[in-house]
Design a protein around this ligand. Sequence first.
Ligand code: ATP
Length: 460
Amino acid sequence: MAELSKMDKLISLCKRRGFIFPSSEIYGGYSAIYDFGPLGVELSNNIKKAWWRMFVRERDDMVGLDSSILMSPKIWEASGHVQNFSDPLVDCKKCHQRFRADHLLESAGLKPGYDKDQPLDTKGLKCPECGGELTESRQFNLMFKTQVGSMEGSTSEAYLRPETAGGIFVNYKNVQQTMRKKLPFGIGQIGKAFRNEITVENYIFRVREFEQMEIEYFIKPDNWEKHFEELLNLMKKWCAYLGLKEANLVYHEIADEERAFYSKRTIDIEYNYPFGQKELYGLAYRTDYDLGRHQKFSGEDLTYLDPETNEKTLPHVIEPSFGLQRTILAVLSEAFEEVKGGRSTTTESNKEEEMVLRLPYDLAPVKIAIFPLSKKEPLLGIAEDIAKDLCPFWNVQYDETGSVGKRYRRQDEIGTPYCITVDFDTPNDGKVTVRDRDTMEQERVEVKELRNFFQKKLIY
Ligand code: ATP
């Protein structure tokens, strides 16, 4: 039997251990959309909390926002999404599957053109599934349409937001005035976005429902290079916090002809996923395009009045944009390690392949596991009391089944940094054994000191 790829093993681990489930699985799954299971939601919440801490809370030039998913459809006309948010689509005339024409060209080693008004030249390409002939390429808009209110018709037509940024731009004035912010300042937001992608691919890499973590950083245009550099450095710091190795990251400077016409500089941060190097995040200097368009379409004055100089300017914007699902996939790929022959040198090890998720401790879904060596008193009661004492501070998992070796392996697989064993000496000496996931070192710690001990170990 062929050996499973790293990606297959990771997907199977995510399913088996409750990180990620296919959406609507009992109905056969739905449209390559995924749900986070109990451990996935912990990991996802830890990432979002850390992002908010680094990009919003720790900075006095940033504030947060949570805007709605359904908004006035005019927003998407102003932003250009109604007209331009599309990808080139081709159909196979034989098997009727649909593909992204630009992706097919790229896989054939050809460079797609960037003019959205022109169909891509796909002559000579064949269907990658059945070898059939392909149609000419045409643009397919990626926004999901819906109806708002009980009346059907074009007046009630709305869109599920394709990015969170729109909600930030339309609240720019509210936020600037209520928070009395001076330029430069940023607004951060985390929330769902929806794109009716032509093809979905690579597990949770390209999906139709996902979450974004975005900043719009409002500036005066004169110093944009400096702000761009600062935000790029902050994004690099974030990647390091996630545990992503520099060697796996590529900072791809987007060439003039590939950039949106209003952007003066764009960098895609790409990550070396198990299936290839692909976009993880984006950073773009978007000039005053966004506020300019919203000012024009809404008729509202969106200029900023400098309180010192009394000068009016339309703020320019730099946008660091992050996808949550792509972050999770990068973090899991980086952290996933297989140990052939087993990690432990003791006889308890099954000497088979073992898996460890070397997640940064701050991101691990479970921080501490507690194992009583017996299911009877007094060990049981001591273990339960420890769990009660620690659970208000950290996510704790209690496990009383199987050998300690097996319980360690179960925790290593989900990336738990610390395991506590309550053994037969504990009732006498008041101590437990704490084992570290990475060093596998064990130390005896007094039960009454455990909270202090972890407070020092689990700070971020
Ligand atoms: P791609 O070229 O891969 O389609 P994009 O350039 O259209 O991505 P942006 O519009 O810049 O992506 O969106 C910002 C971020 O949102 C991306 O860097 C990525 O992390 C995330 N993202 C975009 N589309 C998807 C998707 N379909 N599934 C998951 N994450 C996504």
